[in-house]
Design a protein around this ligand. Sequence first.
Ligand code: BG6
Length: 299
Amino acid sequence: MTDVAELNTRFGIPGALTFSEYAGVGFAEVTAAHGRATIALQGAQVIAWAPDGEKPVIWLSNDAKFVPGKSVRGGAPVCWPWFGTHASESGYPAHGYARTVPWRVTRAGPLIDGRVRLAFELIENDITRRQWPHASPVELHVTVSNTLELELVTRNAGKKPLTLTEALHTYFAVGDVRKVKVNGLDGAEYLDKVGAAQRRQQIGPVLFTGETDRVYVNTEAECIIDDAEWQRRIHITKSGSHSTVVWNPWIDKAKKMGDMGEDGYLGMVCVESANTAENAVTLAPGAEHRLSVGYRVAK
Ligand code: BG6
């Protein structure tokens, strides 16, 4: 249970930041200069963001379920401390546990330019410590305005090196994914996860004509989602991220998932800033790693 009253007392800013609770999950509602966002305290998961006057930029399924301990379909899930299936334990949760445990608000406030920034820290429990027996505190910093900035900060507080994989698995809202191009990955090598996994090279923009599940490696490039239907471009810049995952489940897989909503797959595309496969991050004792992204909309 989230103590919303205490959060409002400690961090609430009239007109700019309020906390609420729905079905046992806490939410932060942020109204910054030039943009608004909603963040679930479970997973520190941004579930809505748009610049003022703009359609939603972050997609949330119409059938998204908010249940403590379950992942939420849409928003910007944090995949950590592993991306995808666990390397050796098939019973461990896909994409790690960060997206299904509560995070604590540690700092929140307006910046001088009207942006609003919140800092969250993952709350460990017996299960997370068993699945990840490493001292590695992790924070997510969320900065809201007409841009959305996310920064995932991992510190190795242990005495041995540790290796992790991670992603900011953001679902972007689009008018019609069949008319979308993702630019920025031309020439990049990717692991194609549809069918028998194989390595390929991207030629030109990424287009969507069926299930798409690709891990582009060794790329720090800016990606641009060119949305012909809504006549806008979403720019995705990043640092500390060497992989980019592009995903759309398409119709059959979406039906099986059960929480994508009617034709939901047509209105979304995931462009995930990640470190996975050969881009896994190894942290020496005492070292810190930052994966940062910035999203903005251009016409
Ligand atoms: C993507 C993976 O990042 O996430 C896909 O590359 C996966 O393979 C997708 O299907 C959604 O994962 P989940 O666990 O949220 O259903």
